[in-house]
Design a protein around this ligand. Sequence first.
Ligand code: MSP
Length: 534
Amino acid sequence: MSKAYYITTAIYYVNGQPHLGHAYEKVITDVIARSRRSLGEKVFFLTGLDEHGQKVQQAAQREGKTPQAYCDELAVDWLKFATTLGLTHDDFVRTTQPRHRAVVQAILARLHGEGHFYVGEYVGWYSARAETFLTDKDRRPDGTFDPEYGDVVELRENNYYFKLGVHQQWLIDYIEANPEFIYPDYRRNEILGFLRNNTLEDLCITRPASRLGWGIPVPFDPAYVTYVWFDALTNYLTVPAALGDPGLPGWLRSAAGAGEGAAPGPSLWPADAHVIGKDIVKFHAVYWPIMLKAAGLPLPKRLLVHGWWQKDGQKMSKSTGVIVDPVSVVADWGLDAFRYYVVRELDLGPDGNWTDAGFESRYNAELANGLGNLVNRALSMLKKYRGGVVPARHDELAADAAEAARGVEQAYREYRIQDALVQAWGLVNRANQYVDRTAPFKLAKDPAQAARLDEVLYNLVESCRILAVLLWPVIPASAEKIFAQLGLSGQPSCFAESAWGRLAAGHRVGDPAPLFPRREPAPTGAAPAHPAKR
Ligand code: MSP
């Protein structure tokens, strides 16, 4: 069976509130997944939740719930969030699922059996809130730790260590030999700089169960649970293994319940892209490749590292009220307006800045006056002047449409999804100018211009059809509305349909309805006084 294009998001801390940063990562991953499907690839899109760790245990305790019950409740909200964002994920992994526990334990057992671990004493400053030991580098100039770490206490304990250090040179060589592994370039250079200038310390991969019960038990020593990052990173293997990916070794598949007798599942591993934020590159570009190499498994092909969003130039934080609530923006402005803005505003890589004014301005200029107006004008004029019947094919905008389609396709293939929109808007603007230049409302008044009016109308409605196909990965609901208004029964979800001339003469279009009504008020990106229930 041919391998599917396998793409993942990070898995989200279950106890955090879904916010703009999470929504962004999920949306861009969904856009990439949809664009690949549209281009004819088989795609498997995975997202999910990171549910273990001290913070979850403590929060559950405070609410008088078991950690599992606490996670189960929050997982409902996160699943709803995925639906709100229109995600087309194929599976949703939770680190508390038995299939995941089994895979983590199988990998731990394998690495232990092959001598990758040893026991050592750890003494250090521990932040329960960050679930991490801190070093002197984390101290502020006055010697204290940032209050965001909460209480920091000195801990001394025995733990299992993973011999990362011995793989350092191999990893440097690997990243140098595979420049596409970390995208964009500057993130690769940061990691290479880090690896070349520091000695990689061995990784502490356990926590005493006495201190932290809420984790996956270490199979060869019940006194310990696994370190959350060892647990979390493994999620990317869990679903392929559980589904019986024939490319994975039998020991892993059978651990996940898809052993010898089971029918082979989809071929997924290695992942084609892990979409992650810039803060978690080290885990994915250093720990994860070494874990995989030690387990004898192929490495993912690419890490797509996106930047972080701020709001009005400030770090988002609930306590200061500087936040963007994606759920209320979607409720107020529509899902596609939100998806469009985040993809159009921020290229995959740099940091971004949300402003309500910027959102509103893009909405009005690019969606309402740009795409929306084009579709509305094209369909209204066809209705008014030709009873909604498509005239004979005419190719005046065919070259512009072909150029846009080529540019958009290339951009999707190369993960330049912001540029895909820029390319598509080349056609939106071209077609709107074409209306102004050809002035069909004047042509309609002159019976001698009837043939010319036919030509203009064909070019306009056909451009709208093609735009629906080009834009479907980013604004699927609007693209589907365009198809419906054009009276087309299929979906705009197949890129090959962007070829010029598919709209047949004699076809009758449906009724136009505004896609993006013009609006004045600012979006409700700021936290509402009474946050809407997700
Ligand atoms: N649970 C870990 C990831 C484990 S992956 C094996 C984690 N979770 S998180 O919920 O804190 O973050 C999830 C993703 O959201 C990360 O990729 C992170 O970079 C991203 N973002 C969190 N805040 C963000 C912004 N303000 N802007 C953009 N993305 C941000 O880390």
